[in-house]
Design a protein around this ligand. Structure first.
Ligand code: SF4
Length: 335
């Protein structure tokens, strides 16, 4: 029997690219005030175009407005409204919008089947380098996000950004932190291992994360993380089909969402779903679509989320291979 490898048929919308942080590896951000926010009307047009394409997940991936800004409430409300709109159109929202307050998370829980935030790395030494001008990347703040998600019973995706100046011991510490929080709350559904991949927009000069080290990272993650947590790798950031297969053999079991564009790594086009499927099938793996919430967490969801999932079940729209959109893998979450 081929071993199943999952992915989520998805589409990424970006409420705004503006962000008050300045991570030196960022290929996503625009200066605050220099980006027109995605309007609800524009989002509605996108959602209409996605009907019948097999898309299930809408990833709401946003740059951040400062928590003390007088624009924060409008930013948050806009994200909430986009989630609600996606849900009303039959899609399943998953939001990653940086660190949120407990009240913000609690509100978004009602309109998201799952949420996410990359822990990235728990070492504070990165605050002296790549995160020197990124207040949202204070490790304690991000650990607190994972705690809040656990307290609120929000199915959660997190992960590590690899190759930004950390050590293998730092990976272990970060993975152990995730494992500890999961043992306490049982809420982590997947951990992304995202190799840093330089892009055209970033301000810092950093080499690509060496592909062979990813195999080591997967092996360490598989040792430290509880078995029920899936390890996700972004196939567009993997150096070759051979390395992709090696990553799966090392223990990765999920390829993340599938969307026309990787908004975080726009310089790295993705293989199409069909190509991915054929590539891994040749090595004894089977690409299988999944929902953005893993089955073991469904009982945490309330209406209207539960209804939306039941509707998918009734329509027997457990994801099929999307037919018409340009299906390319999306996301790495780290932005
Ligand atoms: S990586 Fe994320 S948090 Fe950092 S500057 Fe870019 S958008 Fe902002």
């Amino acid at each position: 029997m081929p071993r199943p490898i999952t992915y989520s048929p998805a589409y990424t919308i970006v409420p705004t690219y503006e962000c008050f942080n300045r991570c030196t590896y960022c290929n996503f951000r625009r200066e605050p005030g220099q980006d027109a926010w995605l309007s609800l009307a524009e989002a509605e047009t996108i959602f209409e175009s996605l009907q019948g394409t097999g898309t299930i997940e809408i990833l709401i991936l946003s740059g951040e407005v400062h928590p003390q800004s007088d624009r924060r409430q409008a930013w948050f409300q806009h994200i909430y409204d986009l989630c609600q709109l996606a849900l009303s159109q039959g899609f399943l929202p998953h939001t990653n919008a940086g660190p949120l307050s407990f009240a913000e998370m609690e509100a978004l829980k009602m309109v998201n089947v799952s949420m996410g935030l990359m822990l990235e790395q728990t070492t504070s030494k990165l605050l002296e380098t790549v995160h020197k001008h990124a207040p949202s990347k204070v490790p304690e703040l991000r650990v607190r996000q994972l705690e809040q998600a656990g307290e609120l019973q929000i199915p959660f995706t997190t992960g590590l950004l690899l190759g930004i100046g950390e050590t293998v011991a730092d990976w272990q510490d970060t993975l152990e932190t995730i494992a500890r929080l999961h043992r306490r709350y049982g809420h982590i559904q997947e951990v992304i291992l995202q190799p840093h991949s330089p892009g055209n927009q970033q301000t810092g000069e950093m080499a690509s994360f060496p592909p062979e080290k990813l195999l080591n990272a997967i092996a360490i993650a598989r040792q430290i993380l509880p078995d029920e947590i899936a390890i996700q790798i972004p196939p567009n950031l993997i150096a070759s089909p051979e390395y992709l297969i090696a990553c799966l053999e090392a223990g990765a079991s999920d390829l993340g969402g599938i969307s026309p564009k990787d908004e975080v790594n726009p310089d790295y086009p993705h293989p199409r779903v069909l190509e991915l499927s054929q590539t891994i099938a040749a090595a004894g793996f089977k690409l299988v679509p999944r929902l953005p919430v893993y089955p073991q967490f469904r009982h945490w969801l309330r209406d209207p989320l539960r209804q939306a999932i039941c509707k998918r079940d009734r329509e027997n729209t457990t994801p099929q291979m999307p037919k018409t959109i340009d299906n390319r893998s999306r996301r790495s979450l780290s932005h």
